[in-house]
Design a protein around this ligand. Structure first.
Ligand code: ADP
Length: 326
């Protein structure tokens, strides 16, 4: 193998740059040529390539977002689109491809690898942490820290006005962010898509806390179709117990910012491991970190197998919110 390429795709996540840097510098160290593909699969289809040197990744380890850019590419979902992508790969002489993204990116990569002959290694980069085969994805730690910082500020105003705050955090179909942020932010209750929310229980909990004289009540809600999001939950609770409330949707600030130390270290380890995996002859796998060890997982397992949320975190939120069981 003499020439590899790297791209970032789907939702951006803090730490993607640290990962690109690790891929490029490890590859150069191993005497490989490296091509950066701009704007994910969109750039792969249009041949938007750039030669990467040591200097191209200088001074980016601390930057959020991705210097290569990312996109959502509808054309890549079709076999005609992927055939064009494969033509571009052949034309450029790319012998291995590293894709940094979430499960959507890996689905696309899996289809491409089935239809064309190019070894692919995936690196999990998404703030949602909803990828099987790694304890944490790149960007998750930064996102929960960003959300916590915001919640600490919300707590100040919630306590001053004695209001209940419903804070919506990201996580389209998973409650990883919500569970961590709920526990770390001292929330009253956490609403996640993995478990059915008992509205009566939520109302009871809030009433108990208010009666105890608690000034700041915070409910964390993972965005998502099932719950309808923080506005819907807040309205339902208000209809039951009539407390004054405010809703805050944290939104895209959770994607931005300088990656935490933990994300930079994870990104550096996984980016480097991805290059080593390609050189060792592994194909169509994702590199992840499980219990501190680098592990390889077949790409298709990263979305067919479900990484379970740690329910004990949710129980702990309940216990630490205070009050007694009965
Ligand atoms: P993420 O990688 O963050 O989950 P997306 O779900 O948006 O983000 O996926 C990124 C891109 O991967 C999509 O825009 C599309 O080009 C490609 N992709 C996603 N799912 C598939 C699929 N089932 N088949 C082929 N390509 C896909």
């Amino acid at each position: 193998m003499k020439k590899i390429a790297v791209l970032t795709s789907g939702g951006d996540a803090p730490g993607m740059n640290a990962c690109i840097r690790a891929v490029v510098r490890t590859a150069l160290y191993k005497n490989l040529k490296v091509i950066g593909i701009r704007r994910g699969y969109t750039g792969l289809l249009s041949g938007d390539f750039m030669k990467m040197t040591t200097g191209s990744v200088a001074n980016i380890i601390q930057r959020g977002g991705t210097i290569l850019g990312t996109s959502r590419c509808e054309e890549f979902r079709t076999s005609e689109g992927r055939a064009r992508a494969f033509e571009m790969i052949q034309k450029e002489g790319i012998e291995g491809l590293i894709v940094i993204g979430g499960d959507g990116t890996f689905r696309g990569a899996y289809e491409l690898s089935r239809e064309g002959e190019v070894p692919i290694v995936g690196v999990p980069g998404t703030i949602d942490n909803d990828v099987y085969g790694t304890d944490e994805t790149i960007g998750f730690d930064t996102a929960i820290n960003t959300a916590l910082e915001a919640i600490d500020k919300i707590r100040d105003t919630a306590a001053s006005h004695e209001r209940v705050f419903f804070v919506e955090v990201m996580g389209r179909s998973s409650g990883f962010i919500a569970a961590q942020v709920g526990l770390g932010g001292g929330a009253e209750f956490v609403v996640v898509p993995e478990t059915r929310t008992d509205l009566n229980e939520l109302c009871e909990r809030l009433l108990k806390s208010i009666r105890r004289g608690k000034k700041a009540c915070i409910v964390i809600v993972a965005e998502g179709k099932e719950s309808g999001g923080a506005f819907q939950i807040a309205q339902q609770v208000n209809a039951c117990i009539g407390t004054e409330y405010r809703v805050c949707v944290l939104g895209h600030i959770q994607r931005g910012g300088s990656p935490t130390a933990r994300d930079r270290v994870l990104a550096s380890k996984l980016g480097s491991a991805a290059v080593n995996a390609l050189l060792a002859g592994h194909r169509n796998v994702m590199v992840g970190e499980v219990k501190g060890e680098i592990v390889l997982t077949p790409l298709e397992e990263t979305w067919t197998k479900i990484k379970p949320i740690d329910r004990s975190l949710l129980e702990l939120v309940d216990i630490l919110a205070g009050g007694t069981r009965n």
